[in-house]
Design a protein. Structure first.
Lengths: 430, 189
């Protein structure tokens, strides 16, 4: 099946090849036509069907909520159970008659009706329990549907539900370390691998990232870490995932081609967190023993990952030195005198962004390039705001800022064009 | 059954999935029906807070007198944390509403003339503990929920919630009482 990004890239390349005369207009038309057919033929009915299933489940919920007096409890229960059974029955019929495009929609409807039934049975019997428990039960139900009937839509629902479940436990009920999420997530990830569903790994990564970020915030609250310290730990934690993506990419491993995306998520987290940590107005505050040990352990894990990546040929000595140097900086940052934080952090951060541009270019990880350019540009603007904002009045600030943005955009585009100039080597990212 | 869940024919797998999900839901229904059918009946005095529910119709949020308890009534495990499980002994009061006589973090021994309710600590202050019993919402059609809410707010009449308590401490709402008279009996089905 074609991905949207591949389709876009191929369409662009076809235009370029036609322009250079490598592809005849007839060939161009035939290829574009086939691309359109494949996209239209494979996805649209399924997507519309899934949207229909979402509407049906929502409609069932509001219908039952709105029809209290008209129905007895028994009638309501019979309707609720029948609707769920009907969805699974329809799925079996669709599977037998090879109407696969609607199969996912019916399985999603079945899993959705399970959740609707949980809520409406609670309503029928006036149950006011701990509501994340209902989300957990719904997650388990969606996972059972996904595992037994190989449904991607139900699996996607399970990841959304488990994320809301853990978020509710941690944010609404103040659970600091919500460990039960981990085994549930592992089961979900195992189902993704069983189904060989690479796109599902995006959901799994986002779900785990959300859990990790909220857990960090909860720990920060418990141990009185500053925002800068918490962000530095978050930034550091992304490094082992970046290394994992590198190693597997070099070894063509079991991540089913998800490695570049994993690296992209990890680098996005690293650049964002390490950028934000300098904005902590309290500046550098020395690390306590728990945080120092934790950061050291993560740095050691990153070093091990970097070494493995180096041995597998995915990193050069220079790359390894920069990555580990930046990891060390995330720890040392907290020992720099407060007034010097910006002046030490800014060149290191910008230097790291420049290295990332070179790294992206050398290894043909084109998706990392705009990320590095954005990080560099953001840091320039941050320095400008920090140093000039206090000296000029507001209107001048915005005028100069506007001119600077335009100049920066021009400069960055020139740089991007220079770096994106055709070179030998394959595309590393998907 | 488990191995068939992964490797059997598609129709059989779908059937097993539907049975498993129905069993999970059916167990909840069965549990509630058993409590309402065989539980000990008690009446709790209540006050209301906003009715609101986006997806589940309208409800009146019930704030029982037994939801807020003085710390002096806590017989053991004085250091109660949020979300901790506690056991609450209730006995009938002179006004007909059941009152808290004892709260403990350790399991209480059943005694004649009393019931033991399971509860979770919602919040703790220096003098009081707020508990929840899982029966704090009364779902009703919009007009009925709003009417109840108005009566509660006016405080012109005394409202009681009839609750059934299972031997293992779970509770379920089985009816409503206005000024000492049962005005609504929850049907089992």
């Amino acid at each position: 099946m074609l991905t949207w990004s591949y389709h876009k890239r191929l369409s662009r390349d076809i235009e370029r090849w036609t322009g250079k005369g490598w592809l005849l207009p007839e060939g161009r038309a035939a290829i574009l036509d086939e691309l359109r057919q494949q996209r239209r033929g494979s996805r649209l009915p399924a997507i519309i069907g899934i949207l229909g299933a979402v509407l049906l489940a929502t409609g069932a919920m509001t219908f039952m909520s709105a029809n209290w007096q008209e129905m007895s409890k028994l009638t309501r229960l019979i309707i609720l159970f029948s609707a769920m059974w009907a969805a699974f029955g329809a799925a079996v019929w669709l599977q037998r008659t090879a109407h696969d495009y609607l199969l996912e929609a019916m399985l999603l409807l079945g899993a959705g009706m399970f959740g609707v039934n949980i809520m409406l049975i609670a309503q029928i019997y006036h149950i006011d329990g701990h509501y994340p428990d209902a989300l957990f039960l719904w997650t388990v139900g969606a996972l059972v549907v996904a595992l037994a009937l190989e449904s991607r839509a139900a699996l996607a629902l399970a990841f959304v539900l488990m994320t809301i479940w853990t978020g509710a436990e941690m944010m609404s009920f103040d659970v600091r370390l919500h460990w039960p999420f981990v085994p549930v997530w592992v089961v979900g990830a195992a189902v993704i691998f069983r189904m060989k569903w690479r796109a599902g790994l995006h959901l799994a990564t986002l779900s785990l990232g959300f859990w990790g970020a909220v857990t960090m915030l909860q720990l920060a609250n418990r141990f009185n870490w500053t925002d800068g310290q918490t962000l530095a730990l978050m930034a550091l934690l992304t490094l082992p995932f970046f290394m994992l993506g590198l190693i597997r990419d070099a070894g063509k491993g079991w991540l089913m081609g998800f490695e570049p995306a994993l690296m992209r998520y990890a680098m996005l987290g690293l650049l964002t967190a390490s950028f934000l940590m300098q904005t902590d107005l309290r500046g550098s505050v020395r690390l306590d023993a728990v945080l120092f040990s934790l950061m050291l352990a993560v740095a050691a894990l990153s070093a091990y990952g970097a070494l493995s990546a180096y041995r597998s040929g995915a990193l050069k000595e220079m790359d390894m030195a920069v990555l580990l140097g930046f990891a060390a900086w995330l720890i040392l940052f907290h020992y720099v005198p407060r007034g010097l934080v910006l002046w030490v952090h800014a060149p290191i951060y910008m230097g790291f962004a420049i290295w990332l541009m070179a790294f992206a270019q050398y290894w043909a990880f084109s998706v990392l390039l705009p990320m590095a350019l954005t990080a560099f540009g953001a840091e320039v603007l941050y320095i400008y705001a920090e140093t000039m904002g206090s000296l000029l009045d507001t209107s001048l600030f915005f005028l100069v800022g506007g001119v600077l943005l335009i100049v920066l955009a021009f400069g960055l585009e020139k740089l991007r064009r220079a770096l994106s100039a055709p070179r030998s080597g394959g595309e590393g990212a998907s | 059954m488990i191995s068939r869940l992964f490797s059997g024919p598609y129709a059989l797998r779908a059937f097993i999935v539907a049975v498993l999900l129905s069993a999970a839901l059916g167990w909840t229904v069965w549990d509630q029906v058993q409590i309402i059918r065989h539980g000990t009946e008690i009446v709790l005095k209540t006050r209301p807070v906003d009715p609101r529910s986006l997806f589940r119709g309208h409800y009146a949020r019930l704030n029982y007198d037994i939801s807020r308890i003085a710390r002096t009534k806590i017989s053991s495990g004085g250091k109660l944390k949020r979300r901790a499980r506690v056991f609450v002994r209730l006995k009938p009061g002179e006004d007909g509403f059941w009152q808290v006589t004892e709260v403990s973090s350790a399991r209480l021994t059943p005694a004649e003339g009393s019931v033991i309710l399971n509860a979770t600590v919602r919040s703790v202050s220096r003098k009081q503990v707020w508990l929840r019993y899982g029966i704090e919402r009364y779902f009703a059609p919009k007009q009925k929920a709003l009417g109840l809410e108005k009566k509660f707010r006016d405080r012109k009449i005394e409202v009681g919630v009839i609750v059934r308590v299972a031997k293992y401490g779970a509770a379920a709402i089985s009816g409503l009482q206005l000024e000492g008279k049962k005005v609504y009996d929850e049907p089992l089905f």
